[in-house]
Design a protein around this ligand. Structure first.
Ligand SMILES: [Zn+2]
Length: 196
């Protein structure tokens, strides 16, 4: 995984104004589909914490993210992360709270696992959230969901069972943790520390 720096996206789509956003998105989607996009800050990042390996269950896209040495991503990286974690129903993107990535790193560390985090839901546009809310009376979808502000993820893991994932997420005390064992995923958000 780490021996493929050519996959870095630094030389990706040209600057603003040269290509339509749609065209850039199509190219990026094709790239994400063809091979995991690898976001890295270079050698320093490669040597430290193992990267996050993400797979989106609805788009089948994959993304490998190296933890930035200084703790913050640059704009280019953030835009790739935002696109990967977009509302897959509408294609809308939104800022994504980097604390969600940090939570996944810590879960990976505490469970000593190297598998893949599978993304079930990330950003949700207002239209998608309304649709999900209206789908059933007991949808469990909040009117002001943290998903709508890029502050929540629904995830599972290829190596860690959903119970272990929940326990570990709770131990971090980084925000809310929802447990959906029947559907096989947990919800994490950056709101108040709470659980359901
Ligand atoms: Zn959720």
């Amino acid at each position: 995984m780490t021996d493929n720096p050519q996959s870095n996206l630094a030389g990706g789509p040209a600057g603003p104004g040269t290509e339509s956003v749609d065209r850039q998105r199509r190219k990026l989607a094709a790239f994400l589909f063809a091979a995991p996009a690898i976001l890295t800050h270079g050698r320093e990042a490669l040597a430290s914490v193992p990267p996050l390996q993400l797979r989106h269950l609805h788009t089948e896209e994959r993304l490998v993210i190296f933890r930035p040495p200084g703790g913050s991503f640059d704009r280019d990286q953030l835009s790739h992360i935002q696109w990967f974690l977009r509302d897959f129903r509408t294609g809308d993107t939104h800022d994504i709270n980097p604390r969600l990535l940090e939570a996944m790193w810590r879960i990976q560390q505490r469970t000593d696992s190297e598998g893949t985090f599978e993304i079930i839901s990330a950003y949700r546009s207002p239209a998608t959230n309304d649709m999900l809310r209206n789908r059933s009376a007991n949808s469990g979808v909040a009117r002001k969901s943290h998903h709508m502000s890029g502050n929540a993820l629904d995830i599972r893991h290829s190596e860690v069972g959903v119970g272990g994932l929940r326990k570990t997420a709770l131990s971090l005390r980084m925000g809310g943790v929802g447990y959906y064992p029947k559907s096989g995923f947990i919800h994490i958000d950056t709101g108040k520390v709470r659980s359901w």
